[in-house]
Design a binder for this molecule. Structure first.
Ligand code: TXA
Ligand code: MG
Length: 334
């Protein structure tokens, strides 16, 4: 593989080419409404092994199976009453459900990291659904970035991380939501919020009529998303969170009216001048990449409210700011 082919999503042959490539165990990046995903045939152990290698992703970290419709989801997993009401309210959309695996689930064991549960998602982006539909099988798709890096919201971001490691990227313009799907586990007991994301907790709790539980990490009864590593979404620069003033050589990631000393900053980008959380989520990863590219060693990030999509934004920023115990992933795939 030399370098990934870039195909415009408006090219009439795009979906067919993507599906053919996936059917031959290829790796195809495509837009979803949240972030760009790196797709592989969910039933092919060979394709999935290539996917883990391309991302440099630890194999204990399972993947989300993307489906084209609810019938496709029900071939993979068992839906209880809470799961049924959530899909009724929110699918297609930025909500992933972790459910008990169906007995004859065709997804390769490597994709679920040996768990007896599976993460399933019906994306709102029509192109993502069309690709799955054209392949005729589920497609596993993690975010299309090197493991631990910032998630991609454009085809350029995908190529910056993975050009030499994947076969194709479908360019459908910037992702609308900008942060990954919210993940909720519906297993035994109350539904658990495993990852805040593009669907606000408040909306989910309104449908359930009860608060979502949080994972306490205390044993088998409490599921966790193995991918929720403390340090993740990391740019090269360090992040300083909840910053109300700017240091001399810092870049500034503002939210709402910038502080009066913003003029000192080496570079300034605003997540949303009007303090709109949906706009901020859509800009988050792309602004982090742009400020990182200025060469600043420190990015000061303004405080962002924790309600609605602010929960996911603060979660990603906290992980991007976390100490990094491990060196950058090496250039050699595992
Ligand atoms: O918005 C999204 O969800 C994007 C787009 C491409 O669909 N995908 C995405 O995938 O964010 P990824 O691989 O970057 O994150 C998937 C998360 C990981 O934290 C993983 O540990 C968790 O889902 N996960 C997958 N299967 C699981 C399972 N059976 N139980 C618990 N967590 C699971
Ligand atoms: Mg990811």
């Amino acid at each position: 593989m030399v370098t990934a082919r870039r195909i415009s999503a408006s090219d009439p042959g795009a979906v067919g080419e993507a599906a053919r490539c996936l059917a031959e165990d290829g790796l195809v990046a495509f837009p979803t409404e949240t972030v760009y995903g790196l797709g592989a045939d969910a039933t092919s152990g060979t394709a999935i092994a290539r996917l883990y290698a391309a991302k440099g992703r630890p194999r204990f970290n399972p993947l989300i199976a993307h489906v084209a419709d609810l019938a496709g989801a029900k071939r993979l997993a068992r839906f209880g009453t809470a799961a049924e009401s959530l899909v009724e309210a929110f699918w297609p959309g930025p909500l992933t459900l972790v459910l008990p695996k169906a007995p004859d689930c065709p997804v390769a064991d490597l994709a679920t990291a040996g768990l007896d549960t599976i993460a399933v998602r019906l994306p709102a982006h029509p192109l993502a659904r069309d690709i799955v539909h054209a392949l005729g099988r589920a497609v596993v798709a993690p975010s299309a970035n090197r493991s631990g890096h910032v998630s991609p919201t454009t085809a350029d971001h995908v190529l910056a991380d993975l050009a030499a490691r994947i076969d194709m990227v479908l360019d459908g313009g910037p992702a609308a939501v900008g942060v990954e799907s919210t993940i909720v586990a519906c297993l035994d007991g109350a539904p658990v919020l495993l990852r805040p994301g593009g669907l606000a907790r408040e909306a989910i709790e309104a449908v359930l009529g009860a608060p979502l539980a949080v994972p306490d990490g205390a044993g088998e009864k409490s599921p966790i998303a193995p991918g929720m590593l403390k340090s993740h979404y990391a740019p090269r620069a360090r992040l300083r969170l909840n910053a109300r003033e700017v240091g001399a050589d810092e870049a500034l990631l503002a939210f709402g009216p910038p502080p009066s000393d913003a003029g000192h900053a080496r570079a300034v980008l605003n997540l949303s001048a009007g303090a709109d959380l949906a706009e901020a989520a859509a800009n988050l990863f792309s602004h982090l990449r742009t400020l990182d590219a200025t060469g600043a060693t420190l990015i000061a990030v303004a405080p962002i409210p924790r309600k609605g999509l602010g929960e996911a934004i603060n979660d990603r920023l906290r992980r991007a700011a976390a100490p990094r115990p491990r060196p950058e992933p090496s250039a050699t795939p595992e």
